[in-house]
Design a protein around this ligand. Structure first.
Ligand code: SIN
Length: 483
């Protein structure tokens, strides 16, 4: 029987220049049930070009709106998202697989960016600065960067959109959005609500289809001034290279390889709670999730025992079933990767504590897994697993673990648990990551700048810093004044 819980927000056409268009061609699959739930259009370069042209044509009008008008539209969008929270979460779970409670949390998280930037629109400030000449006055204006092309991932089908689109709208930019092919329905539903909230035609365009062709238009069209992307480091580098010719700004949120460090003096129960929150959120399919769990020798065995008990207790199943905490992975390639990381670790001498294989439920379900005896030469130490594998490394000293944690090209998120105040400061200052959590496994908030260093990206999203990505500074001097 068809799932009616999200029928009220289901939209399967694309939005270009204020018109809904395209026939359903590309299937969208529910990963828990393996069933096709909808088809979306397969648009390409021609539609992408029209969408950019529409965004370009809408730019002056949207940018000229009084900020309070833009803020009111954003606030109306926020209200509509919250009014449709249950249906949006049901849709998100159906196309992405995360448990319904997490999907509801993601809708709240997504909406929080819209609410925040509805307020922040009113605080996009310039400066009055000293002028070089006595008969002059000078100022710095902060203006919208222009048309923004946005490419978003499947792991957070709602929040990764609003985290970019809301500050772009607040700044006076116009947008062409290409959501992930696995999860286009949440994007289209959000766009429908944005339209109902009063986002004018052409200001927000959403297209699904041929990713390389659409991406090429984003990189080659002269009117696109910023390409925003959340996803793999490899694709981020491709976009950065491609943007060079047109001297476009790129705002990249890329892969992580987060260390999660448990010192001897940590509150072990809090640390276990932190690992579960960080590692097993979205079945481990987050860029900020704990990928390398370092535990100091004195508490190693006690910690592993408690972690294994907590992991064994995780309920796996269809995200719509009551009490389920772990849904399916997004696709078979994701399952293959987790399996390969487990096999590689075990071949090289690691010990399996719990889990370790495809789940008896079949499909793309994988058992929540804990492995100990990890070493730096194992695949799970060098690259993101992006799945429910908790690999534990033992360590002796602070200096040793700091060096190990920083020994990575990635620099997105890091976590540590300790009760020692001096160590807290040493770690906060010396960990080479864009975000660091002490005594917590949860970092994400619309109030904070989300982003990484090294190969994890070059941008910050969320907070007032998020506005900087979508605006440019213009220095203006008024000379010849009679003062
Ligand atoms: C991500 O993993 O891509 C985003 C996670 C978050 O915003 O918390």
């Amino acid at each position: 029987m068809a799932d009616t819980s999200y029928a009220s927000v289901l939209e399967t056409r694309c939005l270009v220049a204020g018109a809904w268009e395209g026939a359903g061609e590309t299937p969208v699959t529910d990963p828990a049930r393996g069933e096709v739930i909808a088809h979306v259009p397969h648009l390409g370069a021609e539609a992408a070009g029209r969408a950019v042209d529409a965004a370009s044509a809408a730019l002056d009008g949207w940018g000229a709106e009084p900020v309070k008008a833009r803020a009111r539209v954003l606030r109306a969008w926020y209200d509509l998202v919250m009014a449709n929270r249950d249906a949006l979460a049901a849709l998100l779970t159906a196309e992405q697989g995360k448990p319904l409670a997490e999907a509801l949390g993601e809708i709240d998280y997504a909406a929080s960016y819209i609410e925040f930037y509805a307020e922040e629109a009113k605080r996009i400030l310039g400066e009055v600065i000293p002028a070089a000449a006595g008969n002059a006055r000078a100022m710095v204006l902060r203006q919208p960067i222009g048309v923004v092309a946005v490419i978003t991932p499947w792991n957070f089908p709602a929040a990764m959109i609003t985290r970019k689109v809301a500050p772009a709208l607040a700044s006076g930019c116009t947008i062409v959005l290409k959501p992930a092919p696995e999860t286009p329905l949440t994007a289209l539903a959000l766009a429908r609500l944005a339209e109902r909230a009063g986002v004018p035609a052409g200001v927000l365009n959403v297209i699904t289809g041929d990713a390389p062709a659409i991406g090429d238009v984003f990189l080659s069209h002269p009117d696109v001034r910023l390409v925003g992307f959340t996803g793999s480091t490899a694709v981020g580098k491709h976009l950065m290279r491609g943007a060079a010719d047109g001297m476009k700004r790129v705002a990249l949120e890329l892969g992580g390889n987060a260390p999660f460090i448990v010192f001897d003096d940590a509150d072990l129960d809090a640390a276990v709670t932190g690992v579960i929150a960080s590692k097993f959120r979205n079945m481990g399919q987050t860029c900020v999730c704990a990928n390398r769990i370092y535990v100091q020798a004195g508490v190693h065995d006690a910690f592993v025992e408690r972690l294994a008990a907590a992991v064994r207790a995780l309920k796996v199943g269809d995200g719509r079933a009551p009490g389920v905490q772990q849904g399916p992975l997004i696709n078979m390639a994701a399952v293959d990767k987790v399996e390969a990381h487990v096999a590689d670790a075990l071949e090289k001498g690691a010990t399996l504590v719990t889990g370790g294989k495809r789940h008896a439920l079949g499909g793309t379900f994988f058992e929540p897994t804990v492995v100990t005896g990890m070493r730096a030469d194992m695949q799970a130490a060098c690259s993101e697993t992006f799945g429910p594998l908790a690999p534990v490394f033992a360590f002796e000293s602070e200096a040793e673990v700091l060096a190990a944690a920083n020994n990575s090209d990635a620099g997105l998120a890091a976590y540590f648990f300790t009760r020692d105040l001096s160590r807290t400061y040493r770690m906060l200052e010396r960990l080479q990551f864009g975000m660091v959590g002490c005594n917590t496994g949860v970092l994400s908030s619309e109030l904070a700048p989300f982003g990484g260093v090294k190969q994890s990206g070059n941008a910050r999203e969320g907070s007032h810093h998020g506005i900087a990505e979508f605006t440019e500074l213009k220095y203006a001097v008024l000379g010849g004044l009679e003062l």
